[in-house]
Design a protein around this ligand. Structure first.
Ligand SMILES: *Cc1c(COP(=O)(O)O)cnc(C)c1O
Length: 551
């Protein structure tokens, strides 16, 4: 019995004694060193063997039991490190989707939060998180042009959580008693074809039903066709429906198309007035793209950070649209995306903090929370009860990077993408850029065989379905090729880029591979090697496809 460790050894000390601190630091060092030893800058995955055969998870389930007696922490760490074997890691060859590396200031913020484990449910339980949350809400409000005296916000579970929170407000604004009586059955929400599926899920979850999600057409630059939005809102209003919520995506997840929030607001107000309805709640889904607001005040003429002309040319159209973010009633910053924080760290912002009161619970409904906080901090309106203090990670990041740090990092991503586009155009004649008008951090790549129609014709709406589907199959082969070798370089892909019309009057989505610049370790000088690799894959695929169709 005496050989068992004291239960207190599993916890940080009460009194700050150096012995326990050393013990904890050694364990942390073991993990950090362990990951370092697995790193392989010439590939994407961490080292180590993982055989994930079809029954992998079944076997895990069969083999896993809680040990009767716990193991020493050093041994547990060894087991934890084994989980990381073969894990994707953000080396210079990692270009798949918006999956960022967690930065050091982001991790330190999380660690700070963990060291006291406050609960952001209530400021008395989590005063550090509450303080950081109020600060970060104000900082980001000022960045986008909200008035920090009247704006509000809170950290939540993802960009999807923000879309959901916006919908809750939208419902409550139109029908305040919906919280008690249930949601009326004539409410409708709108987003573009290129929007994230968050709104679909939100409509399912609120009980409105996804049949009441109206998808608006996109323009070739993946932004919402606002004329179509207006038309579809009118159609809904004319048949007794009520448009309550519009999600404008300011930075789509694949193509980085940016909806024009100014035009959306004008269309929404006009339609609402015409039908005698309140203006729908407008949420800018800026989960991904919002961070480009860091350039809102960058002087493109003086160019104090010396960005290349190409990058400046990319920034101008992005900035023009992001300067309109403050016209939205709510928006989001996914710090777990371009904010460089660990998961889960998303910030939901509302232009008018008073909107949140529509969702608030009364004092008698929240018996776990005292109502003698330090100020007016109170979060009975969040969907979560307990909440992590991810705000501390955001605060750490904003202090560490500053406006200029975010500008430099994002401009580097742009520079890499610019060079990639130039080099691909020069080196890979079979490839077209399928998001040529979106000058962000991703390039959608669509390849073609000689002779057939190419991207420009495909989006013209006059190609045959046969031709487009054949090109889709060719591109699918490229997905497979890139997928087989993704431990070397990790590209993304999507089967849902742009719906294009066909000569027969059908609509078909285009399949594209994706080069998404997300690792800080990808530098402009790495681009030639990346393009050479892609070129080889494309040649092999085109050859194989020609052979198979010649048969
Ligand atoms: C990623 C993304 C989301 C979902 O965000 P999560 O943080 O994964 O919940 C929503 N909208 C857009 C535009 C996104 O890019």
């Amino acid at each position: 019995m005496n050989s068992k460790p004291d239960v207190r050894d599993w916890f940080p000390s009460e009194d700050g004694n150096p012995v326990q601190r050393e013990r904890m630091m050694e364990l942390i060092e073991q993990l950090v060193r362990g990951v370092d030893e697995l790193k392989n800058p010439d590939g994407v995955n961490l080292k180590g063997e993982k055989q994930r055969d079809p029954d992998f998870y079944g076997q895990l389930a069969a083999q896993s039991f809680i040990p009767h007696e716990g193991a020493p922490l050093r041994e547990v760490n060894t087991e934890l490190l084994k989980l990381l074997h073969g894990h994707p890691y953000h080396t210079k060859y990692f270009f798949t989707n918006i999956l960022p590396m967690a930065s050091i200031p982001g991790m330190l913020g999380m660690l700070t939060a963990m060291l006291v484990n406050g609960n952001n449910l209530w400021d008395v339980y989590g005063p550090a998180g509450a303080e950081a949350e109020v600060r970060v809400t104000a900082m980001m409000s000022k960045l986008v042009g909200y008035d920090a005296k009247t704006s509000g916000g809170y950290t939540t579970w993802g960009g999807q959580g923000a879309v959901f929170s916006g919908l809750r407000i939208a419902i409550a604004k139109y029908a305040p008693d919906a919280l008690k009586r249930g949601v009326p059955n004539n409410l409708y929400a709108f987003c573009s074809e290129a929007a994230h599926y968050s709104l679909l899920k939100s409509l399912e979850a609120t009980g409105i039903g996804s049949d009441h999600l109206i998808k608006v057409r996109t323009l070739p630059d993946s932004s919402m066709d606002v004329a179509d939005l207006k038309h579809k809102m009118e159609k809904v209003a004319m048949t007794g429906g009520v448009p309550v919520y519009i999600v404008g995506t300011t930075g789509t997840t694949d193509a980085i198309g940016i909806d024009d929030i100014g035009q959306i607001r004008a269309a929404a107000e006009e339609t609402a007035e015409r039908f005698g309805l309140p203006c729908p709640h407008i949420h800018a889904d800026s989960a991904l793209g919002g961070f480009f607001a860091f350039f809102n005040d960058y002087d493109l003429e003086q160019n104090p950070l010396g960005f290349s002309r190409g990058v400046l040319a990319m920034l101008a159209p992005i900035r023009q649209k992001l300067r309109m973010l403050s016209l939205a009633d709510s928006l989001c910053f996914d710090f777990q995306k371009l904010g460089q924080a660990p998961y889960v760290s998303s910030l939901f912002l509302v232009k008018n903090a008073s909107d949140l009161r529509l969702l608030d619970l009364g004092a008698d409904e929240t018996p776990y929370v005292g109502h003698r906080g330090y100020g007016d901090y109170h979060t009975g309106y969040t969907l979560e009860c307990s909440r992590m203090a991810s705000s501390i990670s955001m605060y750490s990041l904003l202090l560490s990077f500053g406006v200029e740090g975010y500008q430099r990092l994002l401009a580097q991503f742009l520079e890499v993408n610019l060079r990639f586009r130039q080099s691909m155009a020069a080196e890979i004649p079979q490839a077209d850029i399928a998001n040529p008008d979106n000058t962000g951090i991703s390039t959608l790549i669509r390849i073609y065989l000689p002779g057939g129609p190419r991207f420009a014709e495909e989006i013209g709406g006059t190609c045959s379905a046969l031709d487009i589907e054949r090109n889709n199959r060719l591109n699918e082969l490229l997905f497979e090729k890139l997928g087989e070798r993704r431990d070397r370089m990790f590209f993304g892909d999507t089967k849902k880029h742009l719906l294009v019309g066909t000569a027969e009057g059908r609509e078909i989505p285009l399949y594209v591979s994706k080069f998404f610049v997300i690792s800080p370790h990808t530098q402009p000088e790495h681009v030639p090697e990346i393009v050479q690799y892609l070129k080889e894959c494309v040649s092999e695929v085109c050859e194989a496809f020609s052979l198979s169709t010649a048969k």
